[in-house]
Ligand binder design. Structure first.
Ligand SMILES: NC(=O)CC[C@H](N)C(=O)O
Length: 221
């Protein structure tokens, strides 16, 4: 699956994202700098990685969401192309309006860097390689992972089965223990935990690999 990893000033999980993509999905995965107007021809997956784009100035993800490349990412999503936003990437996708809700400061106002346990909803293109209800362990590293949306939006996400990952041990105060969601069409996933940091035993675990394995067989709708 041809993959583009977007880089903003302050991205710091971009190398991890590229490594995971090359290992699991596309040996030729490449970086795309945020000032580019377009994605490489034939891009199937856009990976928006974690970090502190623009130093989290204003709100995390707020400035990156207005980068030139994001118009191309939106057009890609509108065509049914896959978009995966991890951590700051999730924050960028909410700020860009590609996913509903917002990520606020963690409940205890501390940056959390630790493994967490997640329950997987496998009914999406990003999670079909997992068993329904499977518990996985992957790391988080964020200060602003506290998912919030109005009651109507949360009810919709729940009713439409769009909560993809849920914390078993909620580390940040997220509503309904939400760790990751998809858009209505199911081709855009945002999640706070880092699957790209758990794709091989050397990294301490392989539970994140299922996200990439699921995409291997996924077709653009
Ligand atoms: N690792 C990350 O992507 C960090 C995300 C974000 N800047 C935060 O601390 O919430």
């Amino acid at each position: 699956m041809k993959t583009a990893v977007i880089q903003f000033p302050g991205s710091n999980c971009d190398a991890d994202a590229l490594h995971a993509a090359r290992l699991t999905l596309d040996p030729d995965a490449q970086f795309v700098w945020h000032t580019e107007a377009g994605l490489p021809d034939g891009t199937e997956l856009v990976f928006v990685p974690g970090g502190f784009s623009y130093g989290d100035h204003l709100r995390s993800g707020a400035i990156a969401a207005r980068s030139p490349i994001m118009a191309a990412v939106k057009a890609h999503a509108e065509r049914g192309g896959f978009v995966l936003g991890v951590c700051n990437g999730f924050q960028v996708l909410t700020e860009a309006g590609l996913l509903p809700g917002a990520l606020g400061r963690n409940r205890d106002l501390h940056f959390s860097c630790q493994p967490v346990h997640l329950r997987v909803n496998n009914a999406t293109a990003f999670t079909s390689a997992y068993r329904q209800g499977q518990t996985i362990e992957i790391p988080i590293a964020h200060g602003e992972g506290n998912y919030y949306a109005d009651a109507e939006t949360v009810a919709r996400l729940e009713g439409e089965g769009r909560v993809v990952f849920r914390y078993l041990d909620n580390p940040n105060g997220s509503l309904n223990d939400i760790a990751g969601i998809v858009n209505e069409r199911g081709n855009v996933l945002g999640m706070m935990p880092h699957p790209e940091r758990a794709v091989e035993a050397l990294l301490g675990g392989e539970d994140g690999r299922g996200v990439f394995q699921s995409l291997q067989g996924a077709l653009v709708k």
